[in-house]
Design a protein around this ligand. Structure first.
Ligand SMILES: C[S@@+](CC[C@H](N)C(=O)[O-])C[C@H]1O[C@@H](n2cnc3c(N)ncnc32)[C@H](O)[C@@H]1O
Length: 424
């Protein structure tokens, strides 16, 4: 199958929600020729991240209403528009390749498609300079604006167009890993707020083929995720349950901060557990246990068994729109409400797994109060045997007793965490 057809089918798969972005890329990495994968990755994520914007451009230039487009035809057009606006590919090359594919699948529409793409190519500079329109779901926009105001949200959306930096957790001594990576051209700086973290400052290509990666010296994880993992140091006790653990990042950081504890990594499905196992093998951390349970249901044998339970909750991802293509498009108000219900259900069950005097760490990569402070306040109402424990970190990372960063000035991702201490 040729490159753009493969890309179109991958986008169909994403759209039909049969699979998520990570799984689709994971599968394609196994089947595509190695040299094609980076370009595939870039195009696939690019179209998803800019989907609404690309659709708006197509709408503007097409006489045929876009609701009337067949799915394959529309996706080919969006792939081409993405190439024209975002990639440094010659306009005629991308247009002619895509038009040829359209000719094969919907022959009557190739002339019209050719005309549209040529006009977009001509207006490229004007279109590229246009402000970001409709780049997130309007209901997510409204929810964010209700918490933070229109101005901050508008600025955030501008920033979210940028590429996210690549941060690494070092599983071995940070200075040694940094020097080793630099010896093969991977320059980095040490992350100021993550003790074992590096941020790549130069070349990234080839990192996943590099010996340090294969040896398990590094794991890609953002600075703020690492800060959340470091909170394990503000708790006590041997047995730790990471209730929503896949692909395992927070647990790897927790282990790095305190390898003396015994970690259990849980997630909801076998596919998720397999991803954790795969990482554990690469990082040589096979002693960590993996389980598969639905955390919205009670697991009898866990009751009263853990000193620390961590819920890195499934959330809207509203704090990391720079990375979360799906969050931008798919988060409706109804979905956010459902997520909040799921977060509360997880918290209520997790409370039962915590031993007396134990701890519950709740975190999200969202900045919506409804998924954060509100979830914790309501939990405390239902569970008077828990108290909020003030988190101790650099004050720039804090908001009262919570860890809370916002993405508005571009310095941090938006993250949230609270520590609950069982006091009975
Ligand atoms: C924010 S991600 C966790 C990221 C992970 N802690 C890390 O740092 O790599 C949320 C996770 O919750 C899991 N999840 C969603 N619903 C769940 C459920 N009902 N039970 C257990 N895990 C669930 C998802 O599969 C996803 O892996």
């Amino acid at each position: 199958m040729d490159f753009y057809t493969e890309l179109m089918y991958a986008l169909r798969e994403w759209q039909s929600r049969r699979s998520d972005v990570k799984s689709i890329l994971f599968e394609r990495k196994k089947t595509l020729p190695e040299r094609d994968f980076p370009q595939f990755h870039q195009n696939f994520k690019g179209v998803i991240e800019n989907y609404t914007e690309l659709e708006a451009v197509l709408k503007k230039y097409s006489k045929l209403p876009i609701e009337k487009y067949q799915t394959n035809h529309k996706l080919y057009m969006l792939i081409a528009i993405y190439g024209l606006l975002y990639l440094r590919k010659a306009d005629y090359a991308i247009t002619s390749q895509i038009v040829e594919l359209i000719k094969q699948t919907t022959p009557g529409l190739s002339g019209m498609s050719n005309g549209i793409l040529r006009s977009i190519g001509r207006d490229k500079d004007k279109l590229q300079a246009a402000p970001l329109v409709d780049s997130i779901h309007p209901e997510l926009h409204d929810a964010l604006a209700a918490d933070y105001g229109e101005r901050d949200v508008a600025h955030y959306l501008e920033l979210a167009r940028d590429k996210a930096p690549i941060d690494l957790l070092c599983l071995k001594d940070r200075d040694t890993v940094q020097a080793d990576l630099a010896s093969r051209g991977f320059e980095s700086e040490q992350l100021p707020y993550a003790r074992f973290g590096l941020r790549l400052t130069g070349q990234i290509q080839g990192l996943f083929e590099d010996e340090a990666f294969h040896r398990g010296d590094i794991y890609v994880q953002s600075q703020m995720s690492q800060v959340v993992g470091s909170l394990i140091e503000q708790t006590e006790g041997k047995f730790v349950l990471d209730l929503a653990a896949a692909p395992g990042g927070k647990s790897f950081t927790m282990w790095r901060h305190d390898p003396t504890r015994q970690y259990t990594l849980n997630d909801v499905s076998k596919a998720k557990a397999d991803r954790i196992q795969q990482n554990l093998r690469r990082l040589r951390l096979e002693q960590l246990r993996v389980t598969i349970f639905d955390a919205t249901r009670l697991v009898g044998r866990w009751i009263g068994s853990f000193d620390v339970v961590v819920i890195d909750a499934p959330c809207s991802g509203s704090g990391i729109l720079i990375k979360q293509a799906e969050a931008k498009l798919e988060r409706t108000a109804k979905q956010i409400r459902e997520l909040m219900d799921r977060q509360s259900a997880m918290l209520d069950h997790a409370a039962k797994y915590v031993k007396k005097q134990g701890f519950l760490i709740y975190s999200t990569c969202s900045i919506l109060m409804g998924e954060n402070e509100e979830r914790i306040e309501q939990f405390l109402h239902r569970h008077p045997n828990f108290r909020l424990q003030a988190i101790e970190l650099d004050p720039v990372l804090l908001d009262g007793p919570y860890l809370k960063t916002t993405p508005f000035d571009g310095q941090f991702d938006g993250f949230f965490a609270g520590i609950l201490h069982r006091v009975d």
